[in-house]
Design a protein around this ligand. Structure first.
Ligand code: 5GP
Length: 190
């Protein structure tokens, strides 16, 4: 069986990665699976442990680093995030194309370890729209929102590290374009 692709789906916080992903994820021709990350941040309202993230303590997270359990991990605005390695490999060996929805430091780590990974970066139509989306969540204190905005500004400058950049002006169009890119890579992978 052909090993599945590793797809890095990245972009600044608030750009709409999750919304876009949900619009293309279930297409049967893409044969996708999602890597659930581990994080030390608090769950937002509606988030489910084991579905959105594995919510863990800092101690548990550090233990996983020591045990070399992550494909990549990064610190983001005071919390840690990481991709459990074993699960990703298991899915890829079963022929699934695995999507990692991660921030830019982690994406860079994956690119170094796995140059064949398909890397896609989502950009907002402009920064004002990104700020509106980050503020629209209303789930975080102003201090964290400002940190996320500052971080987003720096993250946008890394788009040159990705194979593809897709603008999220219209989420359905961004999802269709992303699906097209993935489809093309599935077809051309040996
Ligand atoms: P949020 O707190 O908004 O859920 O996530 C913050 C940022 O961390 C987002 O850009 C999200 O894509 C990213 N992220 C989620 N899981 C991981 C992971 O396992 N590794 C890395 N490096 N980033 C992650």
């Amino acid at each position: 069986m052909k090993k599945g692709l590793l797809i890095v789906f990245s972009g600044p916080s608030g750009v709409g990665k999750g919304t876009i992903r949900k619009l293309f994820f279930d297409r049967p021709d893409l044969n996708l699976d999602f890597s659930v990350s581990m994080t030390t941040r608090q769950p937002r309202v509606g988030e489910v442990d084991g579905v959105d993230y594995f919510f863990v303590t800092e101690e548990e997270f550090k233990k996983s680093i020591e045990n070399d359990e992550f494909l990549e991990h990064a610190e983001f605005v005071g919390s840690y995030y990481g991709t459990p390695k074993a699960y990703v490999e298991k899915l890829r060996n079963e022929g699934k194309n695995v999507l990692l929805e991660i921030e830019v430091q982690g994406a860079l780590m994956v690119r170094e370890k796995m140059p064949d990974a398909l890397t896609i970066f989502i950009v907002p139509p402009n920064f004002e729209e990104l700020e509106r989306r980050i503020r629209g969540r209303r789930s975080e204190p102003e201090e964290i929102i400002l940190q996320r905005l500052e971080k987003a500004n720096r993250e946008l400058k890394t788009m040159g590290n990705y194979k593809y950049v897709v603008c999220n002006d219209d989420p359905q169009l961004a999802a269709d374009l992303t699906a097209l890119i993935i489809k093309r890579h599935i077809e051309t992978a040996q």
